[in-house]
Design a binder for this molecule. Structure first.
Ligand SMILES: [Zn+2]
Length: 314
């Protein structure tokens, strides 16, 4: 089951539309808004699952300046008070904030916080011209989370840190809601987007392996871009199938290839897979290590092949 949210513009060019969605109730104590830009999601976890107001965890608020202002107004109107923030990774569309959200701790993985600090000039440039100074000042002002469990006014939130998409990428698991915040993975609109590191494909597959046990237990998966779904396993399978096809040199049969910008992203991933280091990994993988693995219970064969080397490099 995929949730159709107001403002989730599947099949349309989101940037041609001018309205953003309001926060939509997708499960008890869980609200999601979808930006007009790239189907980017904002997730709100209300501390008390039976309440409609009170302290809340604000994850990846996004994206356009007017949307952030509208989000701040709506949170205020609903008497929802950000008690903590979480940035899933160090890309500019996930490091945003608005003065109206207040000044609670804004957590991230240590690697995300480091990148947000050290890459700040390029992150600001990526926002594009005309971004309000008051929002630029708040971009990426995140603090390393003190541990794997997020301490805040609400239910336990387990941070799932891995290096898919970008090093330090962080999923969030809210066990008492069976909610998985996937960050920029498990999307119905975006293909797997490895970064440009030599080991990026292995890191991506390892990240999917990290998410797999949570996906299996999740009643709801919210991707950073696209529609929330009750069937996270289908998203995980789709991401693995896509990467398997790319590594095997086949054209993936994946409807996401038809989405705007995905053709270019796909070409970049194909080039990544052709690098000599990845070719070696493909040879190891095709030697038979992958036989008999259940995709949702066993590590991906490519990541298995690299395990125990003390390095993710292939
Ligand atoms: Zn993103």
């Amino acid at each position: 089951m995929t949730f159709r949210l107001p403002g989730c513009l599947c099949g349309k060019r989101a940037d041609t539309l001018s309205l953003m969605s309001r926060l939509a109730d997708v499960a008890p104590g869980i609200l999601v808004a979808t930006s007009r830009r790239d189907h980017t999601t904002t997730t709100v976890v209300i501390a008390d699952r039976g309440a409609r107001s009170g302290p809340a965890l604000l994850i990846d608020p996004s994206w356009e300046a007017d949307e952030l202002a509208a989000l701040a107004r709506e949170l205020s109107d609903r008497a929802l008070v950000p008690a903590a923030g979480l940035a899933t990774h160090a890309h500019y569309d996930h490091l945003l904030w608005h003065p109206g959200f207040g000044t609670p701790p804004r957590w991230a993985s240590a690697e995300t916080a480091r990148r947000a600090r050290e890459e700040r000039p390029s992150l600001i440039t990526s926002l594009g011209p005309g971004w309000p100074a008051e929002l630029i000042a708040l971009l990426g002002d995140v603090t390393p989370a003190p541990g794997a469990m997020l301490a805040w006014a609400g239910p336990d939130v387990e941070l799932i840190i891995h290096d898919a998409h970008v090093p330090g990428h962080t999923g969030a698991w809210v066990a008492d809601r069976k909610l998985l915040i996937a960050g920029d993975m498990l999307s119905d609109v975006e293909l797997p987007l490895p970064d440009n590191q030599p080991d990026a494909l292995a890191s991506y597959l390892a990240g999917l392996d990290r998410l797999a046990p949570f996906v299996r237990r999740a009643a709801l998966v919210v991707p950073g871009h696209g529609a929330p779904t009750a069937d996270g396993s289908a998203r995980l399978d789709a991401d693995r199938r896509y990467l398997d096809a790319v590594l095997a040199g086949r054209r993936p049969a994946d409807p996401r290839l038809d989405n705007p910008d995905m053709a270019q992203a796909h070409r970049a991933t194909v080039l990544l897979a052709r690098r000599p280091a990845v070719t070696q990994a493909r040879q190891v993988r095709s030697s038979g290590r992958c036989k008999g693995l259940s995709p949702l219970t066993a590590p991906h064969p490519m990541t298995r092949a690299t395990a125990g080397r003390g390095s993710a490099h292939l």
